[in-house]
Design a protein. Structure first.
Length: 120
């Protein structure tokens, strides 16, 4: 059950990142003037999807707390790197961002690092 909390933390974290990217892409470029920046940010902060991303971050914090009651930080934290891998794959799928050889190589190294790092 302890790794289940880590998995939930990753899922909620990735969800929040994807939603923020989606909604900021829909909102357009970041404005130049200070007043336009404030208005832009307020519009995003009050966006229900962005609010759901904030809620996901909060839930991710709660599931992380639950995981920390069961696992050592040095055991659980390397798994958080899987969020990088998931964001890379899903950003390619949903946002058509380039998944290059070097990104795949980097993500492979992360996965290898997790596999090595969690061995006790």
């Amino acid at each position: 059950m302890s790794y289940f909390y880590v998995i939930l933390t990753i899922i909620f974290t990735v969800y929040g990142q994807l939603i923020i990217k989606w909604q900021t892409a829909r909102a357009g470029s970041f404005p130049v003037t200070f007043s336009e920046k404030i208005q832009f940010l307020l519009h995003l902060v009050l966006n229900p999807w962005v609010i759901s991303a904030f809620a996901a971050a909060f839930i991710a914090s709660l599931t992380w707390i639950a995981a920390m009651t069961k696992l050592q930080l040095s055991t659980a934290y390397p798994f958080m790197s899987l969020s990088f891998v998931l964001v890379l794959v899903l950003s390619g799928l949903f946002f058509h961002e380039a998944i290059t050889f070097y990104k795949i190589l980097g993500m492979s190294l992360i996965i290898l690092g997790i596999a090595i790092g969690v061995r006790t």
